[in-house]
Design a protein around this ligand. Structure first.
Ligand SMILES: CC(=O)SCCNC(=O)CCNC(=O)[C@H](O)C(C)(C)COP(=O)(O)OP(=O)(O)OC[C@H]1O[C@@H](n2cnc3c(N)ncnc32)[C@H](O)[C@@H]1OP(=O)(O)O
Length: 438
């Protein structure tokens, strides 16, 4: 990863606009320990988290230094060391249909202090982020969100969904495959050591998957505060294939153990092969002294119900938006993925912020390769769809059809049948999913 994003100054347009309200908008360098610490304190406060413990803070200061951290400062407040707004961002690979990836601008830690809300600070920060990404030549931005009502106004559209599951483990019997490899208990360090290679083999399988960073592994394994009660509860099981290569991990803990009728809480299940996925689920569902298994953050298309005899023993307890995408360069974003069929479609993109406004002609061949170009007008006879920028983000990974967006008024047909023609090209066989928060 280049570190150009760490050195680019804060976006001048937002800097000027925020200065008019007496606010300083600045990149906080990780080398400036006091300011950097203040930024992390403000970030935690913005999400109503506890003040970070010293040992956690020390690790965050090192482990998240690959991110660009931006703060907005109000020099008139008492606690001037902490910014009144935070955002962090970095380039990260995003998988798109066709087992390909594209560099996207990941945005995280968006907070505005409770004392400074609803006066346009987030708007300036987000618009600044988008201009920064463009300045760096990055074709799209992405985030996982706390609320679904915040980011549409900046041109982000929901691109995939996530679900938690609950299994009545006494009710179901495993009917899925029983692979040849083995499940082993391993210590938590093993997940940090061998997990990244497994994730790297899995990443391109599913559109919407993203890269992970070293601290993610340590946090997931409970190694940030290894001696806390919560961390000590974490167990890790690894699946090795018949040749002994690690192909998957289940990170889990046991809850509600009173009366020996516990719950297996699956914190993360990672698998590079179908065998690993099946073996790990079987291991988790067949625990003794347990009556329930729960797993948060799984794909709404997870095969879990199909592994067991009584499909009603597996319940999807919710389903909601997860990854949101904001296309900045429609040509590069559309050309990054492959397509289901040969075809020509014109997309008249409306983008109030101007990044992607205009018409793009997408031409795909029968191998799925695409070329996209900006055109003044859609060529005669080419199916043409009017696409607000947020809807382009929703369509990109194939997580929703143009036909659905047409029904609900989130795209319009400029030529009759354009939605069906778009879907014929955009259709993707793998339901997009992002298996982490960032
Ligand atoms: C990727 C991530 O980090 S997701 C995490 C987002 N952050 C959080 O959830 C932490 C708690 N919330 C906050 O810190 C703040 O409320 C923020 C960052 C969401 C918004 O900050 P503000 O500075 O108050 O937003 P700002 O004043 O710029 O408002 C911009 C617009 O968003 C709207 N808006 C702001 N927050 C919300 C919200 N939570 N729900 C719905 N609309 C909102 C405003 O009404 C305004 O609308 P308009 O464009 O129609 O005028």
């Amino acid at each position: 990863m280049s570190d150009a994003h760490l050195h680019l100054p804060a976006d001048p347009t937002s800097r000027e606009r925020l200065a008019a309200f007496g606010l300083r908008y600045e990149v906080v360098a990780s080398s400036d320990r006091d300011a950097y610490t203040g930024w992390f304190r403000a970030d935690a406060r913005g999400f109503h988290d506890a003040e970070p413990a010293a040992e956690v803070l020390a690790q965050e200061l090192e482990g998240l230094a690959f991110r660009r951290t931006v703060g907005i400062f109000d020099d008139t407040i008492v606690d001037r060391g902490a910014p009144v707004a935070t955002v962090s961002s970095w380039p990260m690979q995003l998988t798109v249909p066709g087992r390909r990836d594209v560099t996207a601008w990941a945005i995280s830690s968006v907070t505005v202090s409770a004392t400074h809300r609803r006066r346009g600070i987030a708007r300036n920060m987000l618009e600044g982020e988008l201009r920064t990404a463009r300045e760096l030549g990055i074709p799209l931005a992405m985030l996982t969100v706390s609320e679904a009502t915040i980011y549409g106004r900046y041109g982000f559209g929901p691109a995939n969904r996530q679900s938690p599951y609950e299994v009545d483990t006494k009710r179901v019997r495993w009917t899925g495959p029983v692979p040849e490899g083995r499940v082993h208990y391993v210590n938590r360090d093993d997940f940090v050591e061998n997990g990244p290679a497994v994730a790297e083999r899995q990443r391109l399988d599913v559109p919407g998957e993203v890269e992970r960073w070293p601290m993610w592994w340590r946090r997931r394994a409970g190694l940030i505060e290894p001696d806390s009660e919560q961390s000590r509860r974490i167990r890790v099981a690894r699946y090795d294939d018949a040749s002994g290569t690690p192909q998957g991990f289940a990170v889990f803990h046991l809850a509600d153990m009173d009366g020996f009728r516990g719950t297996v809480v699956v914190d993360h299940l990672l698998s590079a092969t179908r065998d690993a996925e099946a073996a790990l689920w079987r291991f988790l569902l067949e625990q003794d002294l347990v009556v329930k298994a729960t797993a948060d953050l799984r794909s709404p298309a997870d095969p879990l119900p199909w592994y067991v005899d009584d499909v009603r023993g597996v319940r999807k307890t919710d389903e909601r938006d997860h990854l949101w995408l904001r296309v900045l360069d429609p040509v590069a974003s559309l050309e990054a993925r492959t397509y289901a069929a040969a075809g020509r479609v014109a997309l008249r993109v409306a983008d109030a912020l101007g990044f992607a406004d205009g018409t793009v002609l997408l031409e795909t061949d029968d191998r799925g390769a695409a070329s996209a170009s900006r055109v003044a007008e859609p060529p005669t006879g080419v199916p043409t769809l009017d696409v607000p920028i947020a809807s382009l983000g929703s369509l990109l990974l194939g997580g929703v059809t143009a036909e659905t967006l047409l029904r609900v008024g989130r795209v319009q047909e400029a030529t009759p049948g354009a939605a069906v023609a778009t879907d014929a090209v955009f259709r993707s066989p793998v339901v997009p999913f992002t298996s982490i928060w960032f």
